[in-house]
Design a protein around this ligand. Structure first.
Ligand code: ATP
Length: 292
């Protein structure tokens, strides 16, 4: 199966300013991928390049095995500002969706609009921010894409609407062969809905892999003070902190931790994301990748 997303040396420059530099990434199909990273990391730029809304200054990006922007019917995209046509009604948007998309699922679209209590006659410009986001998400889902790319899709939704949307998304993933890449600042949403994680910091993928595997292979070790050099070679140190007598390491390893002097704790996804986000940018290749 083709990768959902594949970027090589991808870069985008605006005037003299680089928004994304030399980004390498491969995301397999069949996952719900959470793309997280600090403000300005390049997430939106990467997603815009992936759908062909922007053209790269350097490098290349493919979606579903084809150059970005050539698979319009198979790729759904909801941009960060959930664009809609202000003067068109909700019903007009659905008609437009049906007209433009060969796989359009009208009953899904109508049911969703009904459930969300959106008035089909209301112009999109008169909807609230959250309702507009729901309309844009409905268009993305009803298109029945193979890959759905969502840039902070739930940012404008209230907590209940957020939960329902993520539920809808997971149902769509279960029912059809749908891969999803969604960027989010909310680790709890990523935890609830994603099975694959990409942490992007300053254009660099810091960690990339299935969430279950990442959680099973990362641990916090706490014990008598020592240096990272004293740890076994298979223990990759993500971060470390020390007091006079104690050391704490966040490590990644595929092997059992045999040293009985360590107290070993499992990490939450938030611990893991924050650890990679808080690190100095790692630009050395190869990027740390964990896959089954
Ligand atoms: N149109 C533009 N012109 C100039 N610089 C831009 C433009 N769009 C983005 N940038 C810059 O590129 C960098 C990456 O921005 P991008 O929006 O991709 O980050 P992001 O990870 O999506 O951030 P956020 O989490 O805040 O949405 C930032 O430094 C931003 O200021």
């Amino acid at each position: 199966m083709n990768a959902a997303l594949q970027a090589h040396g991808l870069g985008k420059k605006y005037g003299r300013r680089w928004a994304l530099t030399d980004c390498d990434l491969e995301v397999p199909s069949g996952h719900v991928v959470g793309l997280v990273g600090p403000n300005g990391a390049g997430k939106s730029t990467l997603l815009n390049l992936s759908v062909g809304m922007l053209s790269p200054t350097t490098g290349s990006v493919e979606v579903l095995g084809q150059p970005a922007g050539t698979q319009q019917a198979k790729v759904g995209y909801v941009a960060q500002d959930t664009p809609t046509y202000a003067r068109l009604s909700v019903a007009d948007h659905l008609r437009l969706g049906a007209h433009l998309n060969p796989e359009w699922d009208d009953s899904l679209a109508q049911q969703r609009i009904q459930r969300l209590r959106l008035d089909p006659k209301q112009r999109a410009g008169k909807l609230s921010g959250g309702q507009r986001a729901q309309l844009a998400l409905t268009l993305g889902l009803a298109k029945r894409p193979e890959l759905l790319i969502l840039d902070e899709p739930v940012a404008a939704l209230d907590p209940l609407a957020r939960r329902e949307f993520l539920q809808d998304l997971m149902e769509a993933v279960a029912e059809q062969e749908l891969s999803v890449v969604l960027s989010s600042h909310l680790v709890s949403d990523v935890e609830r809905s994603c099975d694959y994680l990409v942490v992007l910091v300053d254009s660099r993928v810091q960690v990339n892999g299935e969430i279950d595997t990442l959680l099973a292979t990362h641990h916090r070790l706490t014990g008598p003070r020592r240096t990272a050099k004293e740890l076994p070679g298979d223990q990759y140190v993500v971060n470390e902190s020390h007091t006079d007598r104690q050391s704490s390491f966040l490590i990644r390893t595929d092997r059992p931790i045999l040293d009985p002097s360590w107290s070993v704790t499992q990490l939450t996804l938030e611990d893991l994301v924050l650890a990679y986000m808080g690190r100095e940018v790692q630009s050395e290749r190869p990027v740390l990748e964990v896959q089954r």
